[in-house]
Design a binder for this molecule. Structure first.
Ligand SMILES: *Cc1c(COP(=O)(O)O)cnc(C)c1O
Length: 347
């Protein structure tokens, strides 16, 4: 494999910075499982406060956050409403069926966003032969939808419908801070529209590992049981929690730079013959573009890009997905776009 100079494959590819590594080295630690890791406790308290929730729990991954939320909110046979392109449906190895035994009723909507009317229409009537609808799950920003930001008002309307029907709302906040920075709405205001929410530390925030799930004290009490059951309870996790605290101090506001770079990348590739992209649709750090018109498959383009040291991910045979993050600066984004142009023009 060749050396990748410009990594636009995902914001998960970020590596801990020197400052973050120093914070990790000097972290005070204890046994997380018995509540004795001070750094992990500080991260949980700080996240709960940031999100306006009573409590929080540190997890190895966001996927575990989604799976625990489904398990706590639902019983086997219950139904969850989620967008058709959501991460819990397509990218969690069937966890909802395998772990919680829930069914998912998918709904549609542009960019991964659905409205209150679609949510309400998907709630089952209370009949003996119908599954019981328990939860509405939203993703902020929506990954498969192209990094789109759920408007605060839409989230509020969906929550109103959910709560009026006695359902809970869960937010997959893998990129909640991207949404907050892009929309100028605080993470706390967004989180007020859901009962439970997690943030990922290992995406644009630049940490090596970790996610934090927040909700009511009762919810977190039950979430801990699932964390233990799934093997997610840790020991001296302060070493990684310290990275999270460092990221909350240093890597949130700068997400605006990633958003500017994403928009720049879309603008730069928009006139490459055969490439279809909507620069105005780039709201945060994710750019989807269609290469069907180039006469090359996405797989072929990605191979040629990698040979030139540029990596961009494939969504399917015609759709490619680039993500900007703190390890690619403006010059890198410009060069990435130039390399893409040259491999496509080479035919
Ligand atoms: C990455 C991602 C997840 C999973 O998070 P991990 O920490 O990688 O397990 C869940 N939802 C969305 C929208 C994501 O982008």
């Amino acid at each position: 494999m060749s050396d990748i100079r410009i990594e636009l494959y995902s914001d998960t590819k970020t590596k801990p910075s020197a400052g973050m590594r120093e914070a990790m080295v000097s972290a005070e630690v204890g046994d997380e499982q018995t509540g004795d890791d001070p750094t992990t406790n500080a991260l949980c308290d700080r996240t709960a406060e940031l999100l306006g929730k009573e409590a929080a729990v540190f997890l190895p991954s966001g996927t575990m956050g989604n799976q625990i939320a489904l398990a706590v909110h639902c019983r086997p046979g219950d139904e969850v409403i989620a967008h058709q392109l959501s991460h819990i449906i397509g990218f969690e190895s069937g966890g909802p069926g395998a772990i919680s035994g829930v069914m998912i009723r998918s709904v549609e909507g542009k960019g991964g966003i659905f409205d209150a009317a679609s949510a309400e229409a998907a709630i089952r009537p209370q009949r003996r032969h119908a599954p019981v609808t328990k939860l509405i799950a939203v993703e902020q920003t929506h990954n498969g939808g192209g990094g789109t930001v759920w408007p605060l008002a839409t989230l509020q309307q969906v929550a109103q419908v959910a709560w009026a029907h006695g359902l809970a709302v869960h937010m997959d906040g893998a990129r909640l801070f991207n949404a907050a920075v892009a929309a100028g709405v605080s993470a706390r205001e967004f989180a007020a529209t859901c009962d439970t929410v997690w943030i990922d530390l290992s995406k644009g925030l630049g940490c090596p590992v970790g996610a934090v799930l927040a909700g009511s004290s009762d919810f977190i009490h039950e979430a801990w049981r699932w964390k233990q059951r799934l093997g997610g309870a840790m020991r001296q996790s302060g070493v990684i929690a310290a990275a999270g605290l460092y990221a909350l101090d240093n890597n949130v506001e700068r997400l605006a730079e990633d958003h500017r770079n994403a928009r720049l990348f879309a603008d730069l590739i928009a006139d490459i013959p055969g490439v279809a992209v909507d620069p105005d649709g780039v709201e945060t750090n994710i750019i989807f573009f269609d290469v069907a018109g180039t006469g090359l498959t996405a797989t072929e383009i990605s191979k040629r890009l990698e040979a030139q040291g540029v990596r961009i991910s494939l969504y399917d045979d015609r759709l490619m997905r680039a993500l900007t993050h703190l390890d690619v600066d403006e010059a890198g984004v410009r060069e990435g776009a130039e390399v893409l142009r040259s491999v496509i023009l080479a035919g």
